[in-house]
Design a protein around this ligand. Structure first.
Ligand code: ARG
Length: 572
């Protein structure tokens, strides 16, 4: 089906075209009316005519009678549109009978989403939580919009630390080492390796020699390296499973996957006369990147010791995503602190012709998770907060709250429901803030069932599920929508805005927009529910209509939450 905004847009575009071909109606939701078109202002400017006159000409040319009740010109030349109730009712019916809830397929592009991307034998930190949660939501939303999404977990699985890690594995013995990693003590393992490295020059020598063996592809060294990678991936997978994210071991496309492609990166950049030797290192100087002294910044592709760096890998990775994967869009869900690195890689890839025109590479950056002290989220001793500890804590709090509220519930039920609330609150707290901003991680706030929180939305969903349990018992069924009360109409308009919310979210890969939409929908539902009795409605037709509104609200909340990777419980 065609969504409400698009229908209006189409009619208005035709009307604007009679005055200025190709003009954009600039249609958006408004406080003044259901929609407002601001296109007349720029058309008027271009034509040198008074904007209100242009707006009037648009309205004269527009065929809106079946859709619009009131169309009026306001202010400097806005067109305010109030929709006909019959049109809204029809659109609600259409959305209710559509498996996609009125959301059109808006893309078929193949999109690579680079997200999570933790480092082998290192604990996942808060930044990885953010990347995982934001990336997963974008994967789900893009897929729903019609994209062919390829998930890639760009694991940090290569580089000099592996010399030290492998030597440490040999020292503690494979069995013990593997055991330590499998219980998830990645940081402990890493720290112990680091300690040996710092304390023992002989260990340092062994580690360096081991790096050389690893790079040469020595079979035994590779076997030990694989062991570290596999153990870490197995551990990461348990975290993904707990978090309910879509990533699996099959999505791993680590740095090491590009090793064979690195020499060609350098050779091809050289052949394209883009390489500059600077202090022995092979660099590219992409235009537009300078340091504080206004000197051009190099992207180091190969170090003076011949080793390839992080940038070379990312360049090979861009080529792979374009050439092998065939992606038309590359998204990098990576912390804001890597912005310059990524932008420089993208620019070099463009210079080299690896990122063709029309293929966008976009850094979907995000800010820091902060502790209550507004400093970077750390443990009391200043260490990295283990992601699983965060999940455990949220889980403990959600369990305690539920136990207090419903002491008679079965233990397994409590655990199931608490897990839904815990995951929902952590994810929603992250997704609902504009991603580029830092946010304070606060258990009490995110677990609250009031305000813009995950549990608030989950409650709205569960409440409707409960209405339907009762309606089913009494044999009441949804029927044709008739909008009489303001609260009904407002809820209907909120429901019809779902497609727009998806489009807006994907405009700048901002899941917070979908959150804001769902929060507004839940609030409209609350207002409706308080003003419009459903089960004890005055008559059968009104009850059926309200049940239809309830049912579409429930479906929209469930779909919206699912797109955020958040469970929509029937009972809480
Ligand atoms: N492993 C990196 C880290 O932990 C993130 C990788 C991001 N992706 C990329 N293509 N560079 O910081």
């Amino acid at each position: 089906m065609t969504d409400t905004k698009s229908i209006l847009e189409e009619r208005l575009t035709a009307a604007y075209a009679t005055i200025s071909p190709g003009a954009d109606p600039v249609l958006r939701g408004s406080d003044r009316a259901d929609y407002q078109s601001n296109g007349a202002l720029s058309v008027a400017k271009a034509l040198g005519r008074p904007p209100r006159e242009v707006a009037q000409a648009v309205l004269d040319a527009a065929a809106l009678d079946d859709l619009v009740e009131v169309a009026e010109i306001a202010g400097p030349g806005f067109i305010n549109l109030t929709l006909k109730t019959s049109f809204i009712e029809g659109q609600v019916e259409r959305a209710a009978s559509d498996a996609r809830l009125g959301v059109p397929v808006t893309t078929t592009a193949r999109v690579v989403v680079d997200y999570s991307s933790p480092n082998v034998a290192k604990e996942m930190h808060a930044g990885h939580l953010r990347s995982t949660v934001i990336g997963d939501a974008l994967v789900r939303i893009l897929t729903f919009a019609g994209a062919d999404v390829v998930r890639e977990n760009h694991l940090g699985d290569w580089g000099t630390p592996f010399g030290m890690l492998i030597e440490h594995l040999i020292d503690v013995g494979e069995t013990q080492g593997v055991e330590a990693l499998s219980v998830g003590d990645l940081d402990g393992f890493y720290r112990a390796a680091r300690a040996s490295f710092d304390a023992d020059p002989a260990f340092q020598d062994r580690s360096r020699a081991r790096v050389v063996l690893l790079q040469r592809g020595d079979a035994e060294t590779l076997r030990l390296w694989r062991l570290l990678v596999d153990q870490s991936v197995a551990y990461f997978s348990t975290v993904y499973e707990r978090l309910g994210v879509l990533l699996t071991a099959e999505d791993v496309m680590g740095e090491s996957a590009y090793n064979d492609a690195l020499p060609a990166v350098v050779a091809d950049l050289d052949a394209a006369h883009l390489l500059v030797r600077s202090d022995g290192a092979a660099c590219v100087f992409p235009a537009g990147f300078t340091n504080r002294e206004n000197e051009p910044l190099p992207l180091i592709v190969q170090k003076s010791d011949e080793g390839f760096g992080y940038a070379a890998t990312d360049l090979a990775c861009v080529r792979d995503r374009v050439d092998r994967v065939g992606a038309g869009l590359l998204l990098y869900v990576v912390g804001a602190d890597q912005h310059q690195h990524l932008e420089m890689c993208f620019e070099v890839a463009r210079m080299a012709g690896w990122l063709p025109e029309g293929t966008a590479a976009i850094h979907v950056g995000f800010g820091n998770m902060l502790g209550a002290d507004r400093k970077k989220f750390k443990t009391r001793s200043g260490g990295v907060v283990k992601l699983v500890d965060v999940l455990d804590e949220a889980m403990a709090r959600a369990t305690a709250a539920l136990r207090e509220r419903s002491p008679d519930l079965d233990g397994a039920v409590i655990e199931h429901r608490a897990a839904q609330v815990a995951m929902g609150s952590i994810k929603y707290a992250d997704l609902s803030t504009e991603r580029i901003k830092d946010y304070v991680f606060d258990y009490d706030r995110m677990l609250a069932d009031r305000g813009n929180t995950g549990p608030y939305l989950q409650y709205a969903h569960a409440r409707i599920a409960s209405i339907f349990r009762k309606a089913n018992e009494a044999g009441h069924k949804p029927g044709p929508v008739v909008l009489a009360e303001d609260a009904e109409r407002n809820l209907a308009m909120a429901l019809l805005a779902f497609p727009e919310a998806i489009v807006a979210t994907l405009e700048d890969y901002q899941p917070s927009k979908l959150c804001t939409y769902l929060f507004d929908l839940a609030q409209q539902f609350t207002a409706f529910y308080e003003n419009c009795p459903v089960l004890i409605a005055p008559d059968e037709a009104v009850r059926a209509s309200r049940l239809r509104l309830c049912s579409l609200t429930q479906a929209t909340l469930a779909r919206g939450l699912d797109l955020l990777g958040i469970p929509a419980p029937d009972q809480m």
